[in-house]
Design a protein around this ligand. Structure first.
Ligand code: FIX
Ligand code: ZN
Length: 411
C-alpha cells in the first residue's frame, strides 16, 4: 500500500499541470471570423444541432432548422434541448451546463440573454485568457488549411498567432477526391497535373514542405474514410504513399491519420451529417512496416477499432494512438479506451484531445474527460502499489505531465 493518498496525488497532478491539447479546430482572436466563442456558436455546435434535429417543434422541418441563421438556431436549441421538457443529459448537453456553471451563469435561464451579455462584456483576448486559465489548458493545436478561402489569405498576408495556438497542416482539401483540388493548387503556383504523375507528386510534396515551414506546423493531419486501403491504386493511397509519408520522413514531423469517418451520410444536417465505419487495421500494419522512420499519430473513429489499435501500437513503436475522437468522446467509452491503452501501452500514448471548435468548449471537454480518466489512473496506480512498487507523488506528476503535455512527439 502507499503511504500517501493516490487519489489526491492524481488530482493534484492534473491540477498542477496545464494541458497541451493536440487536436482542436480553435483559432486565436487575431484570425477574425475563424475565432469562434460565446453562446450562439456554442449552442449551434454540430453535435447539438444533430440532437436538436431529433427534438424539433411541431412543423419545423430538419432542413429548415439546419438552414436557420445562427442566433435563431441557438434560441431554438436552447428552448428544445434545455428549457424544454426533458433533462439536458446527453454529453453535448451536459457540456453546456458545465460551461455555464464554470462561467457563473444560470444554466436554467429561460433564454440566452445573460450568457450573451457576459460574452459581450469581454474582448476576444480577455475571453481567451479566461477560458485557457479556467480550463487549465496551456496550448492547443489548430487545424490549418492553406486552401481555405478565409484562412489561406491570412497566412499569405502574414498574421500574428498567439503562441498558445500551434499550427497543424491539414491535408484533406489538398489531397482528397483528386483532381478536384488541382485548380486551387495551380492557382497557388503548384504545377500539379490532373493525373497522378511524378510531377504531381513532386509538386504536392513541395506544397506540404512550403506550408509546414510557413506555418511552423508541428505535424500534418488528414481524416480518411473507413475504406482507406494501403497499398491500393486509389488516388488517396497514392497521395499518402508518394506525398505525405515521404514528406513526413524528410521533415521528420509526425503524420497524423484520423480514420473511420464517412462524410455527409445525411447532408441535411450539414456539418452534423458525418458518421463512422470500422477500418481494417491490417492497413496500419503495412503502413507502419513500410515507413518505420515515420511517426504516425493515429486516432480511429470506431469503438471496434480501439483494442486492435492498442495491439498494433505494441507491434510498431512508430504507431502513436491519441485521443478518444468525436463519437468516442463520451465518458463510458473514454473510460474503457483509457484502461485498455494503459494495460497494453503503459504511458506511451496521448490519452485525449478535445477537438474543440468553440473556445468555451475547453471548459467542459477537459473537465469531463479528466473526471473519467483520473479514476482509471488511480485504479492503475493502486494496482502498481499493490504489486509492491514504491510509488511516489512525483512519479504520478511526471506521468500526467508527459501524457497530457503532448506525449513523446509534441510539446
Ligand atoms: O476531421 C476532424 O477533424 C473531425 O474532428 C471533425 O471533422 C468533426 O466535425 C469534429 O469536430 C468532431 O468532433
Ligand atoms: Zn477534429
Amino acid at each position: 500500500m502507499s503511504d500517501f493518498s493516490i487519489a489526491e496525488a492524481v488530482h493534484n497532478a492534473f491540477e498542477n499541470h496545464a494541458i497541451v491539447d493536440i487536436h482542436t479546430h480553435l483559432y486565436p482572436a487575431s484570425m477574425g471570423e475563424l475565432y469562434l466563442a460565446g453562446p450562439d456558436e456554442l449552442l449551434t455546435y454540430h453535435y447539438l444541432k444533430a440532437e436538436c434535429s431529433r427534438m424539433l417543434p411541431e412543423g419545423v422541418a430538419v432542413d429548415t432548422f439546419n438552414n436557420m441563421p445562427t442566433t435563431e438556431q441557438a434560441d431554438m436549441i436552447w428552448q428544445q434541448l434545455f428549457v424544454g421538457n426533458s433533462s439536458p443529459i446527453s454529453e453535448a448537453q451536459l457540456g453546456i451546463v458545465t460551461v455555464m456553471n464554470r462561467l457563473g451563469l444560470n444554466p436554467r435561464a429561460k433564454n440566452l440573454s445573460e450568457f450573451r451579455a457576459f460574452h459581450k462584456s469581454k474582448t476576444p483576448e480577455e475571453y481567451t485568457d479566461m477560458v485557457f486559465e479556467n480550463a487549465g489548458v496551456a496550448s492547443v493545436y489548430m487545424t490549418n488549411d492553406p486552401l481555405d478561402a478565409t484562412e489561406g489569405p491570412m497566412w499569405q498576408q502574414g498574421i500574428d498567432i498567439d503562441s498558445r495556438f500551434k499550427a497543424v497542416l491539414r491535408l484533406d482539401s489538398a489531397l482528397m477526391n483528386w483532381p478536384a483540388p488541382a485548380d486551387k493548387l495551380r492557382a497557388m503556383g503548384y504545377n500539379v497535373e490532373d493525373c497522378l504523375s511524378d510531377k504531381t507528386f513532386a509538386e504536392l510534396r513541395r506544397y506540404l514542405t512550403d506550408w509546414v515551414q510557413k506555418m511552423d506546423a508541428r505535424y500534418m493531419a488528414i481524416s480518411l474514410p473507413p475504406d482507406f486501403a494501403y497499398p491500393s491504386e486509389d488516388s488517396i493511397t497514392q497521395m499518402m504513399g508518394n506525398v505525405v509519408y515521404p514528406t513526413a520522413h524528410e521533415l521528420q514531423i509526425p503524420s497524423a491519420m484520423m480514420i473511420g469517418v464517412t462524410r455527409q451520410v445525411n447532408p441535411l444536417l450539414k456539418d452534423g451529417g458525418d458518421s463512422l465505419g470500422k477500418w481494417d487495421i491490417a492497413n496500419l500494419e503495412r503502413i507502419a512496416r513500410d515507413w518505420p522512420d515515420v511517426n504516425f499519430l493515429i486516432t480511429l473513429l470506431s469503438r471496434e477499432n480501439q483494442h486492435e489499435l492498442c495491439v498494433t501500437g505494441r507491434k510498431f513503436p512508430n504507431v502513436h494512438p491519441f485521443g478518444c475522437w468525436w463519437f468516442l468522446n463520451n465518458p463510458s467509452i473514454i473510460r474503457e479506451i483509457t484502461a485498455e491503452r494503459l494495460e497494453l501501452l503503459g504511458t506511451s500514448f496521448v490519452p485525449q484531445h478535445s477537438d474543440a471548435r468553440i473556445l468555451d468548449q475547453l471548459l467542459y471537454k477537459w473537465t469531463h474527460s479528466i473526471g473519467v480518466i483520473a479514476p482509471v489512473f488511480i485504479d492503475k496506480y493502486e494496482s502498481l502499489c499493490a504489486a509492491g512498487w514504491p510509488l511516489t507523488p512525483a512519479d504520478i506528476q511526471r506521468d500526467i505531465a508527459t501524457m497530457f503535455g503532448g506525449g513523446k512527439l509534441l510539446d
